[in-house]
Design a protein around this ligand. Structure first.
Ligand code: NAI
Length: 253
């Protein structure tokens, strides 16, 4: 059995990811600020705080095979928190944990279709990625980004682009990929809707066939990318949104 670290495993998509790996017989360790409902190994961690992340990494008593970065906050949160949890804390954790992971392992991070337009914002995204550490990254981003909606999108764009760069850096040791869900039925969704505006999201729901995704429908994609079935998938973003964002982009032209 493998050792699988899951951030955000106490709720929503992360909880579904924990269920998948537990069902396979893997050892799951949840890093979250809230205690999970299921009886898994739990390390209370604030992913917006580097010293809390370092303590959690030091508390792990064996090397991990898989890291699933699922924890995140919506665009309704304060800008520094969005940047901290969704990107800079995630990056800090990943860079700390990967050197301690078993060879052949995998990192799967949950981004979002909110990060779809990363090519249009590459200058800002590059500035975020080039920030050398958590503190300077959050400060740079907070000076750059006006509202939570922009901060959310940019945090996910930075995650997608950084993952690709990190996959080159860690090649031969572990693979790194992102999964970008469209709207998924979780406790985060109402505040996500509030920050994005229904007018923007309704056409996407329609293009997704009139419903939101279920957490399990994202967890299965995470499971695949983490598995030995996905050896030739690296440094890329896998969109799981029933085809809505692509259809929407084509409709705009
Ligand atoms: P959720 O709110 O149900 O779960 C998020 C989990 O992250 C919670 O257990 C929470 O305690 C944890 N968390 C948040 N901040 C933390 C911190 N500072 N330290 C430790 N743990 C923290 O949200 P959901 O919907 O399951 O989201 C999971 C990921 O999926 C997020 O990264 C989100 O951006 C992404 N996503 C969600 C979509 C949706 O429609 N629900 C769509 C696209 C992406």
């Amino acid at each position: 059995s493998r050792t699988v670290v899951v951030t955000g495993g106490a709720s929503g998509i992360g909880e579904a990811v924990v269920r998948r790996f537990t069902a396979r017989g893997d050892e799951v360790i949840v890093l979250d600020r809230r205690k999970p409902g299921s009886p898994v190994h739990f390390v209370e961690t604030d992913l917006n705080d580097c010293s809390s992340i370092d303590t959690a990494v030091d508390a792990l008593d064996r090397p991990a095979d898989v890291l699933c970065n699922v924890a995140g906050v919506s665009g309704a949160s304060p800008v520094p928190l969005i940047l901290g949890v969704n990107f800079f804390g995630l990056r800090h954790l990943t860079d700390r944990l990967v050197p301690r992971m078993n060879e052949g392992g995998a990192v799967v991070s949950v981004a979002s279709t909110a990060g779809w337009y990363w090519r249009d914002h590459l200058a800002e995204v590059t500035r975020l990625i080039e920030a050398p550490d958590f503190r300077s990254g959050v400060d740079t981003g907070t000076a750059l980004l006006r509202d939570g909606k922009d901060a959310y999108a940019r945090s996910k764009e930075a995650l997608i682009v950084w993952t690709s760069l990190a996959a080159q850096r860690y090649r031969g040791h572990v693979r790194l990929n992102t999964v970008s869900p469209g709207a998924v039925e979780t406790p985060l969704l109402p505040s996500f809707y509030a920050s994005m505006g229904h007018a923007e999201l309704d056409p996407l729901t329609e293009l997704a066939g009139g419903r939101n995704g279920r957490p399990e429908e994202i967890a299965t994609v995470v499971e695949f990318l983490a598995s030995a079935q996905a050896t030739w998938v690296n440094g890329t973003d896998v969109v799981a949104d029933a085809g809505a964002e692509m259809a929407f982009a084509l409709r705009q032209n």
